[in-house]
Write a protein that binds this ligand. Structure first.
Ligand SMILES: O=P(O)(O)OC[C@H]1O[C@](O)(CO)[C@@H](O)[C@@H]1O
Length: 241
């Protein structure tokens, strides 16, 4: 795992954005793995700016997102579908049919998980996966205790994850209790992984990732089993390392 330290969130986003753009330019038909949450928003802003200013094209690119809440339709402003459209897809020249997010309102959710895994395989796997990390070490919505062998699956969200994400909802009661997420094994099959970590509230998680042991109690530690991971972290997130 290579660690790049940056001064602040803006610099972290810039560093990550530059890496991603370079990959897209060298492989226009790339399959990008995308994440939601606050962390990647600055990177998405960079990609949008670069697309407009420098003409980087996404016409041939494909994307797969890590996760989606159960029960929120795509048009719900708290769904990850909505987040991705607003934060990225609507501003790029990407073909909407090439963007993929698990369907949290599928009639048969188990079937939806299988469909999503097959889809990733049909796309030839993820070339570059962008990840954030939860304060409890989750990646995607893989909460502590998730087997490293997990594929796309249904999860019950940890209470602290619901609390952390309640900032986007009117109240914690509105935060869905379940989600679909790519599994840890699915994520680890990505050819390259870019983990972004920002802010003092992630400092303990980063410390645990860098210095702790590999354990299913801390999902992000599985990344140590991958040979092509870059961690880009800002000064606040690095305060214990
Ligand atoms: O970037 P945030 O908002 O801190 O979220 C961290 C992680 O949590 C999730 O949003 C899931 O809660 C991930 O998708 C994200 O990478």
């Amino acid at each position: 795992m290579k660690l790049i330290r940056t001064e602040n969130y803006k610099e972290m986003s810039l560093e990550a954005g530059k890496i991603i753009v370079e990959k897209i330019r060298s492989n226009p038909a790339i399959t990008l793995g995308l994440a939601t949450g606050s962390t990647p928003k600055g990177v998405y802003e960079y990609l949008i700016h670069d697309c407009v200013a420098n003409g980087t094209t996404y016409r041939e690119a494909k994307t797969v997102n890590l996760d989606e809440y159960i029960g929120l339709p795509a048009k719900d402003s708290n769904s990850y579908h909505y987040f991705m459209s607003q934060s990225l897809f609507n501003h790029l020249d990407i073909n909407e049919d090439h963007t993929h997010i698990p369907n949290g309102t599928a009639a048969n959710l188990e079937q939806e998980c299988l469909r999503y895994e097959e889809l990733i395989n049909e796309l030839g796997g993820v070339d570059l996966q962008i990840l954030g990390i939860g304060q409890n070490g989750h990646i995607g919505f893989n909460e502590p205790g998730t087997p490293f062998s997990s594929r796309t699956h249904l999860v019950t969200l940890a209470q602290n994850t619901r609390e952390a994400n309640s900032r986007f909802f009117n109240s914690i009661d509105e935060v869905p209790t379940h989600a679909i997420t790519m599994g840890i094994a699915s994520i680890l099959e990505s050819k390259e992984i870019l983990l972004l970590v920002s802010g003092g509230n992630k400092a303990e998680a980063l410390l645990k990732l860098i210095n702790g042991e590999i354990s299913e109690d801390f999902p992000a530690s599985a990344l140590k089993n991958h040979n092509n991971v870059i961690v880009i972290a800002d000064r606040d997130a690095c305060k214990y390392i």
